[in-house]
Design a binder for this molecule. Structure first.
Ligand code: PGA
Length: 233
């Protein structure tokens, strides 16, 4: 049984009006969590959708130009927050240490954390993916208690599969899911990376992920509805 579908809109759509319209169209179920850019959070919340932020800082307030705190997003109505997305790791240079601080700060505010991990192409080619994933989990969750783990949702998103149309084969993904489960048994585990209506059900029915993290396809109403129908069936 699918636990959640996270719609990660990244830096889209281009206007507030479009964000409201899109949210209304894809809010098909309380298990759909919409993560829009910060300026649209309030508007999307008004549609009745469950909302999450795409990132946040580790301090509550202060001199941190450009940053947004866990307290602020919580007050806006966010229940979830994505931390450690590969675009933040590899475009913005976010380290495991930074990710760890953010996760701790978010849990302190009672937010549920969608913690992204994933290996890069060269790491998979050299068969280092398991070591890489284990280190990301170990470093990202350093200092957390077993009780905290149940508030963490792990999103396995191989970097080479994100936005490329080259989704991870479901057998491969299942091996990774089992591996993650052995390290951290109490967290839900999602798959993300080029999910579409043709492959979505494989991650739930052939591999046994608890849900999906969907980027590109969450901006296309027809495709998102088709995905939802397939995984609910
Ligand atoms: P994608 O993005 O579905 O467009 O591959 C997934 C993600 O980055 O969360």
């Amino acid at each position: 049984m699918i636990k959640m579908i996270v719609a990660n809109w990244k830096m889209n759509p281009s206007t507030l009006e479009k964000s409201s319209k899109l949210a209304k169209s894809i809010n098909l179920d309380p298990r759909v969590i919409i993560c829009p850019p910060f300026p649209y959070l309030n508007e999307v919340k008004k549609t009745g959708a469950v909302i999450g932020a795409q990132d946040c800082f580790w301090e509550k307030e202060g001199s941190f130009t450009g940053e947004v705190s866990p307290v602020m997003i919580k007050k806006l109505g966010c229940k979830y927050v994505i931390i450690g997305h590969s675009e933040r790791r590899w475009i913005l240079g976010e380290t495991d240490n930074v990710i760890n601080k953010k996760i701790k700060a978010c849990l302190k505010e009672g937010l549920k954390v969608i913690f992204c991990i994933g290996e890069r192409q060269e790491e998979r080619k050299s068969k280092k993916e398991l070591v890489v994933l284990k280190n990301q989990i170990k470093n990202g969750l350093k200092g957390l208690s077993k009780d905290d783990y149940s508030k963490i949702i792990i999103a396995y998103e191989p970097v080479w599969a994100i936005g490329t149309g080259k989704a991870c084969n479901s057998d491969e993904a299942e091996k990774i899911r089992v591996f993650i489960k052995e390290i951290i048994n109490d967290s839900a585990i999602l798959y993300g990376g080029s999910v579409d209506s043709l492959n979505a059900s494989d991650y739930i029915n052939k591999a046994f992920f608890d849900g999906l993290l969907i980027g590109g396809a969450s901006l296309k109403v027809g495709e998102f509805k088709r995905i939802f129908k397939k995984i609910k069936a």
